[in-house]
Design a protein around this ligand. Structure first.
Ligand code: COA
Length: 261
């Protein structure tokens, strides 16, 4: 996994069967650019095959999980098909066979939240802030979230988070089932590692089988949903609403959607 480390956009470490991936682009709040998606996908594919890896931990850095997809990339290098780096990443994480533990601190935005739906244990620092601003950006939800959110929390609560797109607390994320537990900010990484070590000590084949069985009834619609959402998302990126929202972000102003119907 050294080629991936050379990018410096992820910090990786394998010890005691736990492979830890940390986003490392703090100057952009760990926004995921194309290189990071490619590196993440490569990491996950190798970790899935590597018998030395029993559990993966995904974490942020510098008090930030990730601010989601790089918004500049949405304008200059938008995804155009199922082979785009973001789609490859979503496929890799949603089909990953071993357990994934996520440690969320600071901001988790967009795919920074929806990727948690494909993790098995999710811990959040008390100060973490979650945000799903897909609609606010003139886009639509992705990563299978239109299937998994209503399944997890019911239609009304999913609609509230996805259609209003307001940021919400770690406690709220816990109450709707996105996170397993909220812990003190300073205890987050220790807690995630403890749980990962606990999982790593379990019989690996039984863990893999049980994870697959837990996902059995939604595995097939999930991949279809990810593809369908991806197609719509890519079309929305070309919409006037998204153009206004992205331009507004760059200009640090509020978007004005009043002229679109
Ligand atoms: N894509 C590209 N750049 C991003 C980014 C993103 N998703 N999120 C943050 N950045 C950049 C900012 O433009 C800024 O760059 P600059 O210093 O060159 O101006 C830098 O990261 C720091 O961000 P800033 O907004 O000043 O930090 P903050 O602590 O005030 O707010 C966030 C952090 C995450 C709440 C805020 O940056 C944000 O809302 N980002 C957009 C998230 C988003 O919409 N993601 C896409 C979801 S589909």
């Amino acid at each position: 996994m050294s080629a991936v480390n050379d990018l410096h956009l992820l910090q990786n470490d394998l010890s005691d069967g736990v492979f830890t991936i940390r986003f490392n682009r703090p100057e952009k709040k760990n926004a995921l650019n194309l290189a990071m998606y490619r590196a993440l996908t490569e990491c996950l594919c190798k970790a899935d095959e590597d018998a030395a890896v029993r559990v993966v931990v995904i974490a942020g850095s510098d008090g930030c999980f990730t601010s989601g997809n790089d918004l500049t990339d949405f304008m200059t290098a938008p995804p155009t098909g199922s082979d785009s780096p973001v789609m490859a990443f979503l496929h890799a994480i949603s089909t990953f066979r071993k357990p994934i533990v996520a440690a969320v601190t600071g901001s988790a935005v967009g795919v920074g939240v929806t990727m948690l739906l494909h993790c098995d244990l999710v811990y959040a620092a008390a100060g973490a802030l979650f945000h799903l601003p897909f609609v606010n950006l003139g886009l639509c939800p992705e990563a299978g979230s239109t299937l998994l959110f209503p399944r997890l929390m019911g239609h009304q609560r999913a609609a509230e988070l996805l259609l209003l797109g307001e940021s919400f607390s770690a406690e709220k994320a816990h109450s709707v089932g996105i996170v397993n537990a909220v812990v003190a900010d300073g205890e987050l990484l220790v807690t995630a590692r403890e749980k990962a070590l606990q999982l790593a000590a379990q019989p690996a084949a039984a863990v893999r089988l049980s994870k697959a069985l837990l996902k059995r009834d939604y595995e097939s619609p999930l991949q279809g949903t990810i593809m369908e959402e991806g197609k719509e998302f890519m079309a929305r990126l070309k919409s006037p609403e998204a153009a206004e929202a992205l331009q507004a972000f760059m200009e640090r102003r509020k978007p004005d959607f009043s002229r679109f119907s």
